[in-house]
Design a protein around this ligand. Structure first.
Ligand code: S3P
Length: 174
């Protein structure tokens, strides 16, 4: 469990479900270090995720992401906020499941769209920021997200405190 100092937490789910916000709150409450894979990649490469997509393409981004997940797998007791596409790769799923309780955050396409509408930092949604497209990718990824998850949390209509409280309850009771 997470109070066993070797076990970390990985937050997964679609863009805009609140992984980073919830990760920050959990990090404070549990006094565990938070690493956001996108931020980690950006700092390591000294270039933004959007720029990586633009300059090198998605395939290269996925390779970098995979290397980062391998690297983080060697560390212990972290909260890892995973980019929304981490679970597209089987090796990533295996790796995050090795040392972490994996928490899937879910939100409706309406909520996601509201949160991301004016966002220019999600290259996959460039020019396709609409409910139908979001629903399509969620559907395509659903099986992977569910297979990777130990705990599933529905976030619609809940505050950060409520979501974090629910996660802690499930982590410590499970
Ligand atoms: C992606 C999600 C993004 C980022 C990249 C690709 C995805 O992270 O890794 O734009 O494929 O869902 P967030 O989920 O943190 O937005």
């Amino acid at each position: 469990m997470v109070n066993n100092r070797d076990c970390g937490i990985a937050l997964i789910g679609f863009m805009g479900v609140g992984k980073t916000t919830i990760g920050n709150e959990l990090s404070k409450r549990l006094d565990m270090e938070l690493i956001d894979t996108d931020k980690f990649i950006q700092e390591k490469m000294n270039i933004s995720v959007q720029e990586i997509f633009k300059k090198y393409g998605e395939k290269d981004f996925r390779q970098i992401e995979k290397d980062v997940i391998r690297e983080l797998n060697k560390k212990r007791n972290l909260i890892i906020s995973c980019g929304g596409g981490v679970c597209l790769n089987e090796e990533n799923i295996e790796n995050i499941r090795k040392n972490n309780k994996v928490i899937l955050l879910k939100a409706s396409s309406e909520t996601i769209l509201k949160r991301l509408e004016n966002d220019r930092k999600r290259p996959l949604l460039n020019g396709k920021m609409n409910k139908e497209y979001i629903e399509k990718i969620i559907e395509d990824r659903k099986e992977n997200y569910h297979r990777a998850a130990d705990i599933i949390i529905h976030t619609d209509g809940k505050s950060v405190e409520e979501i974090t409280g629910e996660i802690m309850e499930k982590l410590f009771l499970k």
